[in-house]
Design a protein around this ligand. Structure first.
Ligand code: IVH
Length: 684
């Protein structure tokens, strides 16, 4: 492809194809190529845009990975105000709404409705000028909201360009349109985000709405891009120089034709009886949907009628929300237990009489922490209201005080650990009560179980029940002892047949060869989950190098901030951890990172890089990946331990700082040479 005009045509074709496949995938829900084929198209387009930077375009599908982090959001005004919706909670109120519409429209009038699930996400206003996404604004106070355009651009199903057909954009020239919708997270994506957060020992999001709001308000769009947000568009707020149909039902079709995702579960109803039937249907079926919805929205279909109905100061008169209460059940507290986690934190849990709740039987509910328990004043014997937070984790909503008989027993935060009996203490400034005894059997069980778990050292057959026996028999006090167990000891344990003790010994032996990150994760270093364990294993040649690292050196890793850096360094200097590590090393566990074995010697290995400005041939993420692949580290800021500053176009303040500290500067070409990339190899 030598002729530049050919390249240009090819790039345009690729963009059209990618948009088309995105549309089939997100809007029509019927992709006709595999994910792999899609990725191949995307990669080709990225490669060409890198090679021919003058062909890059703001609305290219490659521009979805997230731009530069922001310091804060700017506020922006909606073209027309975003009002709210009046709620109704039963059929009688739905009929009252219909009657009011009838009175306002006058006799002899017939009109229809559209009924749509009410998405429980974050409302968004998308402003398109000449067909291109210009701004995305959150609802805010209804008049002004936050400009979250950069983050919204990473939501793959929101079109960066409206177009009815691949080449027909003329209709949109000179047009201005405000499209309203809701950004949300599917239950599947929500579970995935929370799983990852728990792995990293970060607090889980309570429900998909919080997760969506949190993701949209991230200052770094690259992180938003990974959150798998989705959207449905459902209204046109304002338009100029455009032919928009009068009927809402047809408007939804118009939106779909212009590549906007709309809800496939919306329905047109010709009269109020049909609306009520849909309400009954959804009352039973709403929770089967893959996305979060907390009710229905009932809308008058015709825009002309809507205009005649007008609005109160708060909400339009042409629509209302029919809300279902979150499913709650009453149960009775049989007992309050206190769990001891692997780093000693005490968590109260209510043991309940089993009840059915949103499709599952619930017999335990979290009380989160002792402050919460005290605030809700939950007592043993109390009747309580339970619900699933974000439809997932059951929790106690409140005590039904009227049902108290006086025989309920208040529960007080323990002064001593329920497992080892040692005094407990409250985290300074925190809500957790902690057992600080490193020999506490409950913590030992938690720590060893975690070490053996599938996400860490993956020792088959070594689950919590068996670990508890090992700890009670004093055969294992810490994870290091696992490697000096002998077969007789193990077979003497309850329910341990000869065969299974042999299997366990083999599984323990095999675990010695696990990758370094599994060991690091298994050690239970505070704040180190799978993801960080992998980053640490990538950044250091072996365990010895990591153990010797100072907090400052640890902070050179992008994922590590000052608090985590300090806690990792402290862990490796702690006497008890040193003893355990020495046992593991003596037992012959693998302590080398894969990288040490696989990598080729490179001048970048072990060096710390900082990037500034725009590189011509590599995105930042890519440059970071290339540096990481040969064992270099990329840090976000220049400090005394920076080895190289890679300087692109329009460098920022990092350049000045680097010069002050006399850090060596590299051009993109010099970086490539250092990384051992031959010209014309990785980059064109
Ligand atoms: S129409 C005048 N349709 O509910 C407002 N809103 O509680 C016109 N919502 O802020 C909005 N699903 O964020 C409409 N299918 C749907 C909706 C919906 C969810 C949200 C919207 C609004 C909130 C009001």
């Amino acid at each position: 492809m030598s002729d530049i005009a050919d390249v240009e045509r090819h790039v345009e074709q690729l963009r059209r194809d990618i948009r088309h496949h995105n549309y089939l995938y997100y809007v029509e829900n019927s992709p006709d190529i595999s994910d792999r084929e899609f990725d191949a198209l995307m990669e080709e387009l990225q490669r060409l845009e890198r090679q021919y930077p003058h062909l890059s375009a703001a609305d290219s599908p490659t521009r979805r990975v997230g731009g530069e982090p922001l310091d804060q959001f700017e506020s922006a005004e909606h073209l027309s105000p975003m009002l709210s919706i009046e709620n109704t909670y039963n059929e009688a109120e739905v009929r009252q709404f219909h009657d009011r519409v009838g009175r306002l429209l006058g006799p002899d009038e017939r009109w229809s409705y559209v009924v749509e699930p009410k998405i429980d996400g974050v409302a968004i206003n998308l402003i398109y000028r000449d067909g291109s996404l210009e701004r995305a604004i959150t609802r805010g106070n209804g008049v002004r909201g936050d400009d979250v355009t950069q983050n919204v651009r990473t939501v793959s199903c929101i079109p960066l360009t409206l177009r009815a057909a691949p080449d027909a954009n003329a209709e949109l020239d000179g047009a201005l349109v405000e499209i309203r919708g809701e950004i949300y997270m599917s239950f599947e994506a929500f579970d995935a985000v929370n799983r990852l957060r728990l792995e990293r020992e970060e607090a889980a999001f309570a429900n998909p709405r919080n997760a969506t709001a949190g993701s949209l308000k991230l200052l770094n769009p690259a992180i938003t891009a990974r959150r798998r947000l989705r959207a449905f568009t459902y209204e046109i707020g304002y338009s100029e120089a455009l032919q928009i149909p009068d009927s809402h039902w047809d408007r939804l079709r118009w939106l779909r034709r212009h590549r906007c995702p709309t809800n496939p579960d919306a329905e047109r109803c010709d009269d109020i009886q049909a609306v009520i039937e849909r309400c009954r249907y959804w009352e039973a079926n709403l929770k089967e949907l893959p996305y979060p919805a907390d009710g229905l929205v009932v809308k008058v279909d015709s825009a002309r009628r809507r205009a005649r109905l007008g609005a109160t100061s708060k909400a339009p008169r042409w629509l209302m929300a029919y809300k279902f209460a979150a499913e709650q059940q009453v149960s009775r507290v049989r007992e309050i237990q206190v769990n001891v986690g692997k780093s000693g934190q005490l968590t109260p849990v209510a043991v309940l009489e089993p009840v059915r709740l949103s499709g599952t039987t619930v017999s335990r509910a979290s009380l989160h922490n002792f402050d919460e328990l005290e605030r809700k004043d939950v007592r043993v014997g109390d009747y309580v209201l339970v619900e699933k937070a974000g439809e997932i984790i059951p929790q106690v909503v409140k005590v039904i005080v009227e049902k108290r008989t006086g025989g309920e027993i208040p529960f007080h935060a323990p002064k001593r650990c329920p497992s080892c009996g040692e005094p407990v203490s409250r985290d300074p400034g925190g809500v957790y009560i902690r057992c600080a005894n490193p020999h506490c059997p409950a913590q030992r069980v938690e720590r060893i179980t975690h070490f053996a778990s599938r996400g860490a050292m993956d020792i088959a057959g070594l689950g919590e029940a068996l670990v508890r026996q090992l700890v009670e028999a004093d055969l294992a006090r810490d994870v290091g002892d696992l490697y000096s167990l002998n077969e007789e000891d193990v077979s003497a344990l309850q329910r341990m047949a000869e065969k299974s003790s042999g299997n366990l010994m083999r599984a323990i032996e095999e675990s010695k060869d696990r990758e370094l990150w599994r060991l690091l994760h298994g050690l239970g270093i505070p704040n180190v989950g799978v993801h960080l364990a992998q980053a640490l294993a990538r950044s250091f040649a072996d365990l010895a190098e990591l153990r010797a690292a100072t907090p400052e050196q640890l902070e050179q890793i992008a994922e590590v901030g000052p608090v985590v850096g300090k806690s990792i360094a402290e862990f490796f200097r702690n006497e008890a951890s040193v003893r355990v590590l020495d046992k593991l090393i003596a037992a012959g566990l693998n302590t080398k990172s894969v990288r040490t074995e696989a990598r080729q010697a490179s001048g970048a290995t072990g060096k710390t890089f900082v990037l500034t400005g725009t590189l011509d041939r590599h995105s930042r993420a890519e440059a970071a990946r290339l540096i990481g692949a040969v064992g270099g580290r990329v840090s976000g800021s220049v400090s005394a331990s920076t080895d190289y500053l890679v300087v692109g176009k329009n460098p920022g303040s990092k350049l000045r700082k680097a010069r002050e500290l006399q850090v060596e500067e590299l051009t993109e070409e010099q970086l490539e040479a250092l990384l051992g990339l031959t010209a014309g190899g990785e980059a064109p």
